[in-house]
Design a protein around this ligand. Structure first.
Ligand code: ADP
Ligand code: ZN
Length: 219
């Protein structure tokens, strides 16, 4: 089973994918997390990626495709978060999956209006070690700046600063929205309105995924 979670920056893909991965056993694959880990380790890819990420630009397709290639298979299924983000990436994924047993099974689009997104991002902070997300307003770490989960340090991402956020929204419109059209032209895209509390959104997503599992009738 392979599920692609799509949605603009701040839609809550990472938060939800992490919870869904715990509840279903599927593997959570986040290209954003993978890239931040590369940056933190100071690898060659990390050094290259950092410049793009800090500006709010996409990392080149060739680097992303090479990075994700060996991870797209897992016995319990995978939840893709933040990939594919361009039509070139979506086509590369389809090609890579032709050699395996199952294609993309479900594409879920989490939609949130733009004002809400900008508000969420300016409030968002992240653990640099384990990537746990926090909302500084509604769900801050219990000790300021320290991760509840691992004790790592929690900070606002460089690309969540207002200048970069506006740019990321534009990049999403220009390069990632066409991926939704690509998937719509091949089959269904399930729309989920992702305003509301994280718990409400999690419920909706769980139902959607359950109905898409083999042997379960969707209704
Ligand atoms: P968000 O969904 O909030 O934008 P992510 O953590 O998914 O955050 O991504 C952060 C940054 O990492 C992106 O702005 C981009 O620079 C880079 N990135 C992540 N995934 C991809 C991808 N599939 N292709 C290109 N760049 C990516
Ligand atoms: Zn942590």
């Amino acid at each position: 089973m392979r599920i692609v979670l799509m949605g603009p920056p701040g839609a809550g893909k990472g938060t939800q994918a992490r919870r869904l991965s715990e509840s279903t056993g599927m593997k959570h694959l986040s290209t954003g997390d993978m890239l931040r880990a590369e940056v933190a380790s100071g690898s060659e890819l990390g050094l290259l990626a950092k410049e793009f990420m800090d500006r709010g630009d996409l990392v080149p397709d060739s680097n992303i495709i090479a990075m994700i290639q060996q991870h797209i298979d897992h016995p319990a299924g995978i939840l893709l978060d933040g990939f594919p983000r361009t039509v070139v990436q979506a086509k590369a994924l389809d090609e890579a999956l032709e050699q395996t047993t199952t294609p993309v099974d479900q594409v879920i689009h989490m939609s949130v209006d733009i004002d809400e997104l900008v508000k969420r991002l300016s409030n968002r902070a992240l653990c640099g070690d384990c990537q746990t997300p926090y909302s500084l307003e509604s769900d801050p770490p219990s000790q300021p700046g320290i991760c509840d989960n691992c004790g790592g340090s929690v900070a606002v991402r460089v690309d969540d600063r207002p200048e970069a956020v506006t740019h990321r929204m534009k990049v999403y419109q220009d390069l990632t929205a066409p991926v939704l059209d690509y998937y719509k032209s091949h089959g269904d895209v399930v729309e989920i309105v992702a305003t509301g509390s994280p718990d409400e959104v999690f419920e909706k997503l769980s139902q959607t995924i359950k109905s898409g599992m083999p042997g379960v009738n969707a209704n």
